[in-house]
Design a protein around this ligand. Structure first.
Ligand code: WQD
Length: 343
């Protein structure tokens, strides 16, 4: 059985990926520094999988501890690297935190994996943010990578380059970068989901917190964009579909291990949904009337962004299966779970 290390495995996408890895029979080791999550997530993973998946609290910026961990886990066959800070706005205010946390952790980890001198299959959590404001839609992987719009986006661009250069320089590293569009939704058990700390930056948690009464009203950041209803369009993908894309990527690397393989894939649905469409979809699946108003545009937002996913469909044998309705209903069920459990 392949042993897979999941860094940031108690985070939103990490925890859903751990569950899917377990479901596929992989042995999983989770590391997380608990800076943006809690051990409640580990308990929930144990409940969902009915097994006690190994967890090690570790900050990958600590090179001594990272060396100790990797050298005592030599039998690792694959790594899925989620551990990173991910708030775009915060990265603009505190860029050094992002460059240190996202890049120093990555190079520490890669250094120690390289020292194992064995085949390593590495999946990197990247983001559609690497494309900036796309020229052509839907976005394909050959869309030119533009200057990042935020330090967070820059760490994803640099991260991809670091990994690509490592793969080209070594005979025992293969890697895939997955460029996520907009992850939303929660596990069908409603035991794990997105748990933003403080005021949610992202649209869907803000919607569900408004619907449950935690927030007074949602502000739609602009309805005067050149789109079908004036609000921004995004490619919202169910987090369980996104998690499964990591399994498919791992299978590809493990089964087809070949020298110096590196590639990047868009992971989205291939469909665009506007903010106003998403709100009305939420209202119909939840039966709740959402309190929202139209406000000013948010700095840095782009009008339209959705994926061409044909490359992942073909080469990863992966396709998103859940609808926006599924995703929004799962988010709503998760929000109700948070309230009941006072998380
Ligand atoms: C979606 C749409 C907002 C909140 C970000 C990161 C990206 C990735 C996903 C990490 C936009 C509108 C939002 C609100 C609103 N994260 N909105 N009112 O900005 O597309 O992508 O999250 O990898 O890197 O940039 O997602 O959910 O913040 O916004 O009207 O209160 O919802 O203007 O059009 P975004 P988002």
């Amino acid at each position: 059985m392949s042993k897979i290390l999941v860094t940031g495995g108690l985070g939103y996408i990490g925890s859903h990926t751990v569950v899917e890895l377990h479901n596929q029979g992989y042995e999983v080791v989770i590391i997380d520094d608990l800076s943006n999550t809690s051990l409640n997530v580990l308990e929930s993973i144990h409940k969902i999988t009915n097994s006690s998946i190994k967890f090690v609290e570790l900050d990958l910026k600590n090179s001594v501890k990272t060396k100790e961990f990797v050298s005592s886990n030599k039998e690792i066959d694959g790594v899925i690297h989620f551990a990173a800070s991910k708030a775009v706005g915060e990265s603009v205010e505190n860029p050094l935190k992002y460059y240190t946390n996202n890049l120093f952790s990555l190079t520490n980890l890669l250094n120690e994996l390289k020292n194992l001198n064995k085949e390593i299959n590495f999946i990197f959590s990247s983001s559609a943010t690497v494309y900036g404001d796309p020229k052509i839609l839907p976005i394909t992987e050959s869309e030119p990578i533009k200057k990042a719009e935020s330090p967070y986006g820059n760490t994803k661009q640099i991260g991809e380059e670091i990994i690509k250069d490592l793969v080209n320089s070594s005979s025992n590293f293969n890697a895939i970068s997955l460029r996520y569009f907009n992850p939303i939704g929660a596990h069908p058990s409603a035991l794990i989901g997105e748990l933003p700390i403080g005021i949610p930056q992202n649209l869907v948690p803000y919607i569900t917190q408004t619907a449950i009464g935690k927030r007074n009203e949602l502000t739609v950041f602009g309805d005067n964009y050149l789109t079908r209803d004036g609000s921004c369009i995004r490619d919202y993908i169910h987090v369980v579909d996104l998690a499964k894309a990591h399994i498919k990527s791992l299978e590809k690397l493990i089964k087809e291990f070949s020298k110096n393989y590196y590639d990047a894939f868009n992971i989205g649905t291939g469909k665009g949904t506007s903010v106003l469409e998403l709100i009305s979809c939420f209202e119909s699946v939840s039966g709740k009337k959402l309190n929202f108003r139209i406000g000013e545009r948010r700095k840095g937002d782009i009008a339209k962004c959705f994926a061409d996913v044909s490359k992942a469909n073909e080469l990863l044998n992966w396709k998103s299966k859940h609808s926006i309705e599924d995703a929004l209903l799962s988010s709503w069920n998760w929000e109700k779970h948070i309230k009941n459990e006072k998380l």
